[in-house]
Design a protein around this ligand. Structure first.
Ligand SMILES: Cc1cc2nc3c(=O)[nH]c(=O)nc-3n(C[C@H](O)[C@H](O)[C@H](O)COP(=O)(O)OP(=O)(O)OC[C@H]3O[C@@H](n4cnc5c(N)ncnc54)[C@H](O)[C@@H]3O)c2cc1C
Ligand code: SF4
Length: 313
């Protein structure tokens, strides 16, 4: 691990201002992803700004009937919150399907949104990777890519987005609140928060340098059956091959977002009208799988069909 300096911020504004003062600084929350990446020298921040004590650890009702989740709320606490369990069941189910109990006790809402891909070559510094080192090439294209994305990819990168929580937040139409180093606040729809790779796979989200996530807001609850189904190689402690977050009303079109298939939580609002039988195909129209991960297409379509059948029964 490369040497770094450390400070603990007391307020969100102070954290963002500290990031401006020290180019190359990174925020650290639970540290469950960042520290692993620092040990492998994939991330080499010269300075860490600890945001654990900036007061963003509350879950509050909003005036619009939704919830505001502080960026430092731990995954365990978010999953267990009574209103989340009652009104946003898809989010609780997604959270508890992720990682392990110990990791969820440390992992935060903001850090989970920003966790990086599990593409094996991203973690292997002996191999080319456009996401880790722009312009170096992509070892996964033509390499071992069974777990990687089938849609939304580019010739530069076919990595998949790993978060379960973010897939549920996408189906719930969440919004990400931030503060910039100049003190300005802004709100980014989750649909626009994560970026597709295009020719710049190292740019993964809409945040500007030094911008701190302060909260995620959930709109008023959407009625319907909430389901999160995660298909993976092991029953627990594994990332999704394919996952489906669904909110299915008694009658009418269901909302569905998918994980494991794309570089960002994958939802296509235009696919939401039409019959249930063709839903998976509409969601994945235009997919470009590799030979090794082509199995994800029928797997994804069948998982969508099974989730809809369960919800409508
Ligand atoms: C063995 C293992 C298994 C896992 N399995 C799963 C799984 O099945 N599903 C799943 O979804 N996840 C899984 N995870 C990932 C885990 O959920 C993430 O590591 C965790 O959510 C990251 O949160 P954190 O608070 O620890 O982030 P950190 O590691 O502290 O930070 C991650 C990134 O976010 C940035 N950051 C943190 N907070 C903020 C903020 N407020 N504003 C701006 N930037 C910020 C940091 O600078 C860093 O770049 C697994 C992790 C491990 C180690
Ligand atoms: S798929 Fe993306 S993350 Fe994986 S090696 Fe290629 S460029 Fe890197």
């Amino acid at each position: 691990m490369k040497a770094f300096t450390y400070e603990r911020a007391a307020t969100p504004a102070e954290a963002a201002a500290a990031a401006l003062r020290t180019p190359g600084a990174k925020f650290i929350a639970g540290g469950t992803n960042l520290l692993d990446l620092m040990k492998l020298e994939i991330e080499t921040p010269r300075h860490l700004i600890d945001v654990n004590r900036v007061g963003l650890d509350k879950i509050e009702d909003t005036a619009e009937g939704g919830l505001r989740v502080g960026a430092l709320v731990r995954n365990t606490d978010l999953a267990a919150h009574p209103r989340v369990r009652r009104d946003y069941g898809v989010l609780t189910r997604a959270l508890v399907s992720g990682a392990s109990g110990q990791l969820r006790n440390k992992a935060t809402t903001g850090g989970n949104l920003l966790q990086r891909t599990r593409c094996p070559y991203f973690y292997d510094t002996a191999k080319p990777c456009n996401k880790r080192k722009p312009g170096s090439g992509c070892a996964a294209i033509g390499g071992f890519n069974r777990g990687l994305a089938v849609i939304g990819t580019s010739e530069a990168c076919i990595a998949q987005h790993p978060s379960d929580m973010a897939v549920a937040m996408r189906v719930l139409d969440a919004a990400v609140e931030t503060v910039k180093p100049d003190g300005a606040a802004r709100t980014i729809a989750i649909a626009d928060f994560h970026k597709l790779p295009g020719t710049t796979p190292h740019i993964e989200n809409a945040l500007e340098p030094g911008e701190l996530i302060t909260a995620v807001t959930l709109p008023a609850p959407v009625a319907g059956t909430h389901i999160y189904r995660k298909v993976r190689d092991r029953a627990s402690y594994a990332f999704a091959l394919v996952s489906v977050a669904a909110v299915v009303p008694r009658d009418g079109p269901a909302r569905i977002a998918m994980g494991g298939v794309a570089p960002k939580p994958w939802r296509v609002e235009g696919a939401e009208s039409g019959d249930d039988a063709g839903y998976g195909k509409r969601l994945l129209a235009g997919a470009k799988p590799t030979q090794q991960n082509a199995f994800k297409l029928p797997l994804a379509e069948r998982t969508v069909t099974a989730v809809l059948a369960e919800a409508r029964s």
